[in-house]
Design a protein around this ligand. Structure first.
Ligand code: DON
Length: 303
C-alpha cells in the first residue's frame, strides 16, 4: 500500500469540508484556532509515519487524552478500573450528568467526561501526579520530548469548568472518587490541554494497531487490553455519534473537541486526522469524512 498516495487522495477529498462545522467555543481558548486547518497522519506497524497537510502542527488533544490515560492505567494495574466505570455506549452527550444518578455514580464508559474523571482519579492515586505522568508517557510513546501542556487552554477550561466540577462532585457523593475533587479536575484539565500533532498522536497510538506492542517490540499493554480498548473506542469513542461513526467509518476511534480524531486499523496502522470544525456532537466534520474516505479507498474497516 502506498500510504503517502492514499493520504493525499483522502486529503483532497476531505478538504472541501474543512470550513464546515464550528470550532469549539465552550472553552474560550480553543476558539482562537483557525478553522482552515487540516492534517492527517498514519503510522504503520514498523513505526514509520506518513502525513499530509498540517500533520505536524500541534493542537489541543482534549478528549483524545482519555484513551491514553486509560491505557496508562491499564498498563499499571490489572482490571480494577472496570469496577468503577462501565463499557457501554451512553447515547448521551460527553458532558451529560443525567445517567449518573440512575447508575449510582458509575459512568457508562471511560470516554465520557465523567468516566475520564474516574480514570484520571485512579491515575492520580497510582502516580501521585496524573497529568505529569500522562505527559511523560505521551512524550515517550510519541518520541517527541517537546510535548507540553497549553496553560491558556487549561486555565480557560478551569474557569469554565462548572460542568466537570459538578460531574466530579456528584461521583464523589457516591464514593466513586479516591482523591479530592479539586485535584482530580485540575489534573483532568491539564491532561486535556496537552498539545500534540497528528504525527505525535498517530505514533503514540501505534500500540493499538500492534495488539499492545510498541514499534520496537516491547509490550505496553496485554493484547487482551489492546483489543478491549479498541472495542470501547469503537462503541464509545465518538460519544452519541458512535453508531453513526461505526456505520460510516467502521474503525475504533477517539475524538476530541480540539478537532482531532485518532483511529485504529488493528493489525495494520493507526491514523490521526485534525480539522477544528466540529459537528453538533463534538466530532470533526472534515476529520470524520477523511476517515470515511480512507476506509472506502483501502477497504480497511474492521467490518
Ligand atoms: O472536559 C471537556 O469538556 C473537554 N476538556 C474535553 C471534551 C472533549 O474533547 C469531548 N470531545 N469530543
Amino acid at each position: 500500500m502506498d500510504y503517502q498516495a492514499v493520504l493525499e487522495e483522502v486529503a483532497d477529498r476531505a478538504r472541501p469540508l474543512v470550513r464546515q462545522g464550528r470550532v469549539a467555543d465552550y472553552i474560550p481558548a480553543l476558539e482562537c484556532v483557525s478553522p482552515d486547518r487540516f492534517g492527517i497522519a498514519l503510522t504503520d506497524l514498523n513505526g514509520e509515519t506518513y502525513g499530509v497537510g498540517d500533520w505536524e502542527v500541534p493542537f489541543s488533544v482534549q478528549s483524545i487524552s482519555k484513551a491514553f490515560s486509560l491505557a496508562l492505567v491499564l498498563a499499571q494495574e490489572d482490571q480494577s478500573i472496570w469496577e468503577r466505570v462501565g463499557r457501554e455506549p451512553s447515547g448521551t452527550a460527553f458532558n451529560s450528568l443525567v445517567q449518573l444518578e440512575w447508575e449510582q455514580g458509575i459512568p457508562r464508559n471511560p470516554f465520557l467526561n465523567s468516566g475520564a474523571l474516574v480514570v484520571t482519579d485512579r491515575l492520580q492515586t497510582l502516580t501521585g501526579d496524573a497529568s505529569t505522568a500522562l505527559l511523560d508517557f505521551l512524550r515517550e510513546e510519541s518520541g517527541n520530548p517537546e510535548l507540553s501542556f497549553d496553560q491558556a487552554v487549561a486555565g480557560s477550561e478551569a474557569e469554565h469548568g462548572d460542568r466537570n466540577a459538578a460531574l466530579a462532585h456528584f461521583m464523589a457523593s457516591f464514593g466513586n472518587l479516591e482523591n479530592p475533587v479539586p485535584s482530580v479536575i485540575e489534573h483532568y484539565f491539564w491532561q486535556c490541554s496537552i498539545e500534540m500533532s497528528c504525527r505525535d498522536l498517530a505514533t503514540a497510538g501505534g500500540f493499538l494497531a500492534r495488539h499492545g506492542l510498541r514499534a520496537d517490540g516491547t509490550r505496553l499493554l496485554h493484547a487482551r487490553d489492546a483489543k478491549r480498548m479498541n472495542a470501547v473506542m469503537l462503541t464509545c469513542g465518538t460519544y452519541d455519534a458512535a453508531g453513526e461513526f461505526a456505520y460510516r467509518v467502521g474503525l475504533p476511534a477517539k475524538s476530541g473537541v480540539g478537532g482531532g480524531i485518532v483511529a485504529v486499523v488493528p493489525g495494520r496502522c493507526t491514523l490521526c486526522v485534525w480539522s477544528p470544525g466540529l459537528d453538533a456532537r463534538g466530532n470533526s466534520v472534515a476529520g470524520a469524512a477523511a476517515l470515511d474516505h480512507f476506509t472506502t479507498l483501502t477497504g480497511w474497516s474492521v467490518f
